[in-house]
Design a protein. Structure first.
Length: 288
């Protein structure tokens, strides 16, 4: 197994130093959004003020609007973001069908050498979300993907969030892709990817996108090309179980359809039916 890169506890460099580390490389922050007018403004304003106006770390701030019926597009534009309708990008493929499809189109719509994706409903966002995600890539050209790690709250309390992560994604990784079992938040919406890597990967069109990219990048570039960055505590809008049910199915489908060649029976101890077990015991005694 490849060496596992250590978890980065915080961004170790100041924003000024990160700007210097860019060396001509560009960074795009892309936020997929659908009816997020109530939560998106503080995220955009922090990025615009702290990472664009005060320090030129982020070169492009894009909101990929996916058929919002509220004021998401208007709010995002007022906050200084470039708002792009997801359906208008790669339109020859028809309208965007889900989150993964929107992320795929965001790669086409953006120009940065590094693409940072953020969810639009974060209540805990700080500028360090971006700096911690891009730092490993600015320091090490071999890093292809940086995934966030954080404690995930449930309804604003404790650390019991990330229910699909803990009950579906991580168990699947442990069983089928144990080399990736150290990834603590395989489904979180905050991560960074190199443009050339994103352009070379297929994208699941729905909530299977994160685990699909994780597995495919590990296979193509190696597990040791994936880093993790500690972002503290993540607070966002928790979804009801009825919505998580479909999300879990999409995650399982993405993981199970990637040509897994592994004998799960070798990992499981199964007791035989009792009538067979008794026959086995009788046969064994008779042979002694």
């Amino acid at each position: 197994m490849a060496d596992v890169r250590p978890l980065r506890l915080t961004s170790e460099l100041s924003v000024e130093n990160l700007v210097t580390k860019k060396n001509g490389r560009t960074i795009s922050v892309c936020i997929p959004a659908r009816n997020e007018a109530a939560t998106i403004a503080p995220i955009l304003l922090r990025i615009k003020r702290e990472l664009m106006d005060a320090h030129p770390l982020v070169d492009q701030l894009i909101v990929m609007d996916h058929e919002s019926t509220d004021q998401t597009a208007e709010v995002a534009s007022e906050c200084g973001a470039t708002v792009i309708s997801a359906n208008d990008v790669m339109s020859q493929f028809g309208p965007a069908l889900g989150k993964g499809d929107v992320l795929w189109r965001s790669v086409e719509a953006s120009t940065g050498d590094i693409v940072v994706w953020l969810d639009a409903d974060l209540a805990s966002f700080t500028a360090q979300y971006v700096t911690a995600l891009v730092e490993p890539m600015l320091n090490d050209d071999s890093i292809t993907l940086v995934r966030a790690n954080y404690l995930r709250t449930l309804h604003g309390e404790g650390d019991e969030g990330g229910r699909v992560t803990e009950l579906t994604a991580r168990p699947i990784l442990k069983l089928l892709y144990p080399e990736l079992s150290h990834i603590r938040q395989p489904l979180g919406g905050e991560y960074a990817i190199r443009r050339d890597v994103a352009q070379a990967m297929p994208f699941e069109i729905d909530y299977g996108v994160e685990i699909g990219l994780l597995i495919d990048i590990a296979r193509t570039y190696g597990v040791d090309s994936i880093a993790q960055a500690e972002l503290g505590v993540r607070t966002h809008r928790n979804r009801p179980l009825t919505e998580l049910h479909e999300q879990a199915i999409q995650v399982m489908r993405a993981a199970l359809t990637r040509d897994v060649e592994i004998d799960l029976h070798s990992q499981i101890t199964v007791r035989p039916a009792l009538n067979i077990a008794h026959n086995m015991s009788t046969a064994s005694a008779a042979g002694q």
